[in-house]
Design a protein around this ligand. Sequence first.
Ligand code: 8QM
Length: 392
Amino acid sequence: MVARLDIDPFSEAFLSEPHPQHAALRDAGAVVWLERYGIWGMARLAEVRAALRDHETYCSGAGAGLADFRREPPWRPPSLVLEADPPLHDRTRGVLNQVLSPGAIKRLRPDFERAAKRRVDRLLEAREIDAVDDLAKAYPLEVFADAMGLPEAGRENLLPYGDMAFNAFGPRNARFEASFAEAETVAAWIAEHCRREALAPGGLGADIYRHADAGTVSEAEAALLVRSLLTAGLDTTVHALAATIAGFVEFPDQWQLLRREPGRVRAAFEEAIRWASPVQTFFRTTTCRHEVAGVTLEADQKVLLFLAAANRDPRAWQAPERFDITRRAVGHVGLGAGIHMCVGQMLARLEAEVLFTELVERVRVIEPNGEPRLALNNTLRGFRTLPVRLSA
Ligand code: 8QM
């Protein structure tokens, strides 16, 4: 017997307090039927990981959101990586793998370090800060946009564009509509800055166009690959950096541990991704009839993968609700798994490593300083504001 659940994973109630709902989903079965949308759901780590790794059965070409691109038109031309399957995916992904290679990431470190020093100088002058605006947004908005080769003017469009794109993976609910209020202006700026002419030489954007010059991708494909980095590269890291701060605020002993052992800074970021799962959900579409844990899934079915629920599955993790920087967080699905696993993860980790290395050297205590507020989105989970006080 398959559990049929009547919950709406994109409702205000669910998104505001997802953890009890995630537990209910996990406990209902390895795979459940979500009546509201007529889709399957998986919330246990084992099944979510297995689905992510089996890209032949669980494809992405029909969209990684609720909409089935073969039945309804996507809101923008599909991503050539996220919303593509092999062989197209492998060619485009190969370009991004090279643009974001270990060597390329390494070259960014000096600039990232200078920016982190300046940022922490300012934070320590202010002392009472919003960890979202002043840190989690301010830092990536500077270093990621610089790394891409974007001009300063218009960067305020980047986060609203991400908010739209991540809402668009869910249903066309009120939250989706609200984020599309300024869609034309925002999307126009993004489109403009995916062009070769808009991207400074030496940046990651220009680097993508070198692969167009080499003939691996067309000029139009290069623009869409730039668009992928602009879509996926900012809101995600903003929420991950804020979640790391939130972990330390809620578990202050972990900050003291990190001060004694700053070599754990990358492990702390990994644990924050597991603990908070900035990307809460993704969809796949079945390509054929097959069986999961005794349940038959037909072809052409949308499957909602609850990454956040899997990352706190007690079947896989000890005390999953604890933010524990000594934990072996490997195997979480916060960055996905399989061929689509986050291509920018080394860039995200560099941002976190550099910023938190600077912070942990100079900040003795991080305390809450007012009510945090959530930023609700159909796919992303994070804070709108997180007021904290820093003591040197
Ligand atoms: C999510 O446009 C894209 O290629 C793209 C958009 C969003 C993501 C990934 C790729 C996972 C961070």
